[in-house]
Ligand binder design. Structure first.
Ligand SMILES: *Cc1c(COP(=O)(O)O)cnc(C)c1O
Length: 380
């Protein structure tokens, strides 16, 4: 087998060796249940609280504002469903947009089935959700607005601070799914006034199956998983101690090297975008100028992404069409549909998401394979 070239960092990332090393003791000698009272258990409990403090510090938040979850999906489900339930009698309305991750979109459609009112704002053709469009969608009473920080498919970074200010001016609550932003670009909960934010460890070189929900002190969040008293009784269940410790380590590495990695990855991204647009006939870049450092989303005219991806894969290149959760289904990605990519281009949309371990040689090789594959497919 050829060495794999991994350009799918928006789907997941490799775990850093140091993260694995700090996790191992909590799967072996320090395995005790953090809720128990003997010494080993107290050590596990202390490790959880230390991780919470570390994460809070890196996010410019307080430890009591960080709740551990099983990942980004759970954090999104928790905040949307529980806030909706809490304010049901006040006639709460939910506002989101059409290019959210399915963890948000499907939580919202679940609420719609229960009778809630949900509005879906359309972004512009660059994938930008405009604050005035959000304002127009808001109802007269209580609103919960959920707009993502950075889009996982096309990389567009949303003007969430402006949206948040506007939502607060009208007495609403604001949540952002920051799963693609945390660990990739600077996120400060002092600078941002969001009420809630979701993050996931495996998107920043941490373990899978662990994430966190930030909830600002001023907001009372109802419990999501009922049971024991873990996470102040709001999210019951024996803690994933190793995962939590690993997440804190991964975030700390990401934050410490962020300036360097952002510079390196975005330069590699721009090099790749430049070469594709210049050397591959009939293609277009999706997303906005203000985009996530590693995101390259291109639509190639007159080809099917699924066949193009097979050819790339045969040459050892991992990329994706739309989001990972959409593969297997033949329909267009909801994001590509929402930003109105022309019919000739939309089915040929491929996403490359780059990370710090990628090199210029890998990009060069990929461009060569891409050019050959496009030539082949378009000749057929
Ligand atoms: C990956 C992702 C999620 C889901 O996170 P999990 O930890 O895999 O559940 C949610 N939102 C966005 C934007 C994502 O990219």
């Amino acid at each position: 087998m050829k060495k794999e070239i991994y350009f799918d960092h928006a789907a997941t990332t490799t775990m850093w060796p140091r993260v694995q090393r700090v996790m191992e003791p909590y799967m072996q000698e320090k395995y005790m249940n953090a809720s128990a009272h003997y010494d080993g258990a107290k050590q596990a409990k202390a490790a959880i609280e230390e991780a919470r403090e570390k994460i809070a510090q890196m996010m410019d938040a307080s430890p009591e504002e960080i709740y551990f979850t099983s990942g980004g999906s759970e954090a999104d489900n928790w905040v949307i469903k529980s806030i909706a339930g809490e304010y049901k009698n006040k006639g709460i309305e939910i506002v989101t947009d059409t290019i959210e991750h399915h963890a948000v979109l499907n939580s919202c459609s679940f609420l719609e089935e229960l009778g809630y009112s949900v509005s879906y704002v359309n972004p512009d053709e660059k994938g930008i959700v405009h604050p005035n469009a959000v304002a127009e969608a808001m109802g007269p009473k209580m609103n919960l607005v959920s707009i993502m920080y950075g889009n996982n498919e096309i990389g567009t970074i949303e003007p969430i601070e402006d949206i948040c200010r506007l939502v607060h001016a009208r007495g609403g609550l604001f949540h952002t799914d920051a799963v693609q932003a945390v660990g990739q670009i600077p996120v400060s909960l002092k600078k941002l006034s969001v009420d809630a934010l979701s993050a996931s460890a495996h998107k920043f070189h941490g373990p899978k199956g662990v994430g966190f929900l930030f909830v600002r002190k001023s907001v009372e969040i109802p419990s999501f998983i009922h049971g024991g008293s873990q996470e102040k009784g709001k999210r019951a269940g024996t803690e994933n101690v190793a995962g939590i410790v690993g997440m804190a380590e991964a975030l700390s590495i990401s934050v410490n090297q962020m300036e360097k990695s952002m510079e390196y990855v975005s330069r590699l991204r721009d090099y790749m975008i430049g070469r594709i647009l210049y050397e591959c006939p009939d293609c277009r870049l999706n997303g906005s100028y203000n985009r996530l450092p590693g995101n390259v989303n291109i639509s190639f005219a007159d080809v099917e992404a699924s066949t193009l991806l097979i050819l790339l894969e045969e040459s050892g290149i991992c990329a994706s069409a739309g989001s990972a959760c959409n593969t297997g289904k033949s329909r267009l990605s909801h994001v590509i549909e929402a930003i109105r990519v022309p019919e000739r281009y939309a089915p040929g949309t491929v996403r490359f998401t780059l990370g710090v371990e990628n090199t210029r040689q890998e990009v060069d090789y990929t461009i060569r394979v891409l050019k050959e594959s496009l030539y082949l497919l378009r000749e057929l």
